[in-house]
Structures are given as C-alpha cells and as structure tokens.
Design a binder for this molecule. Structure first.
Ligand SMILES: Cc1cc2nc3c(=O)[nH]c(=O)nc-3n(C[C@H](O)[C@H](O)[C@H](O)COP(=O)(O)O)c2cc1C
Length: 188
C-alpha cells in the first residue's frame, strides 16, 4: 500500500541524484569556487547545454556568475569525504576551496576562469549562457565547450562508464549516498 507523504519528499523520491563538484576561478581575486551539486542535468544536445541549480546564498553562485564559466567534475565514491566537505563548508573562509577540500586544482581547457580537479574521473567545461531564477534557487545554464574522461574509468570507444571501475556518486538524502553497481542491465 502506498502511503501519502509530505510534498517535499519529492526531492528524495526523484533521486538518488548524480552528484558533482562544480568549480570555477574568481576573476576578481583568483579564489577558487568548489560546490557539491546534486541538482544538475543535461538540457539540450544541440547546442550541448547542461544546467546546475545553485542557491543564491552560496559563494559559488557569485563566483560562477563573475567567471562566466563552470566546470562539472565527476568524482568517484572514493572521494566522498572531499565531496561532503565541499558540500558542507562555505568558500567564504577559503581562498582555494579546492585545496582545502583535499583536492588538486588544474587549469581549465578553454577559459582562464575555468578550473578542474585532477582527481575527477571526468569533467566538462561549460560557458555560462543564462541564469534563470527558479523559486529559491538559480538555474545556471552552460554550453559544454570541452569534455575529458579518464580511460581507466570511461570507455571512450563505447562512450560509456566502465561499471566495475567507475563508482559514481549519487546523493540519496541528508548524509546518505549510494554508488553505481558493477552489474549492467542491458535491454534486449
Ligand atoms: C550531497 C550534496 C548536494 C548538494 N547539492 C546542492 C545543489 O544542487 N545546489 C546547491 O545550491 N547546493 C547544494 N549543496 C550545498 C552546497 O554544496 C553547500 O552549501 C556548500 O557549502 C556551498 O559552498 P559555497 O558557499 O562555497 O558555494 C549540496 C550539498 C551536499 C552535501
């Protein structure tokens, strides 16, 4: 029997959500933004658009707006401590939040304000195209201008994650996460 639950349960019901580390350089002072984001989604193939939903009271909100670019980093469940740290500490107190999170910043590919983390299994860079206020958050829409993946985890030929290697992070609720499994279900 299904039991009625609070409307706000929709967030957990619609998950677990793939969870990323979104990064950027602040052009005003070269500070680095790093925010854990569970609300992110592809929006369009042509042009290639990706959206991340960020609360206006996050430092990353200001930095990404100033940078005009953001990078989506896909980390493994092995980096759950770093992801949790970045998702529970504000960059206001840290010039280089990437380093403070225990990760290593590397320059982006297409823009001086873009930065990635070397520990990521894959990352893609997005040029900020639009910021749309939605309820109490802002939808940042970026055009994907560059993407790279570590072949240890991602099969470039088949264009897919290697399930026994890439243990992706999905946020479930509060401090509960799940990871991707080794067994693939291939629809005949
Ligand atoms: C698993 C997880 C997922 C999160 N997802 C989002 C999100 O999608 N959007 C958002 O604005 N904040 C999200 N947060 C909260 C921010 O990551 C957190 O407030 C962070 O400290 C903000 O950092 P900043 O102030 O340096 O930008 C999430 C936190 C965690 C732990």
């Amino acid at each position: 029997m299904r039991t009625r639950c609070s409307v706000n349960t929709f967030i957990t019901l619609s998950g677990p959500h793939p969870t990323y580390l979104v990064t950027a350089n602040d052009p005003r002072n070269n500070n680095k933004a790093a925010i854990t984001v569970a609300w992110g989604t592809p929006i369009s193939v042509n042009p290639p658009l990706f959206g991340v939903v960020i609360s206006p009271n996050k430092v990353s909100h200001t930095i990404i707006k100033e940078a005009g670019v953001f990078t989506v980093n896909i980390l493994s469940i092995d980096e759950i401590d770093e992801i949790w740290w970045a998702g529970s500490h504000t960059g206001r107190q840290y010039e280089n939040k990437i380093k403070s999170a225990g990760l290593t910043a590397v320059p982006g590919k297409t823009d001086k304000n873009a930065t990635s983390v070397i520990e990521a299994m894959a990352s893609f860079e997005c040029k900020l195209k639009n910021m749309i206020p939605v309820g109490n958050h802002t939808l940042f829409i970026g055009e994907v201008v560059s993407a790279e993946a570590n072949e240890e985890y991602f099969d470039l030929e088949k264009g897919k994650w290697i399930p026994e290697k890439a243990r992706l992070i999905f946020h479930h609720v509060n401090d509960v996460f799940v990871t991707s499994g080794e067994r693939e279900i291939v629809h005949e």
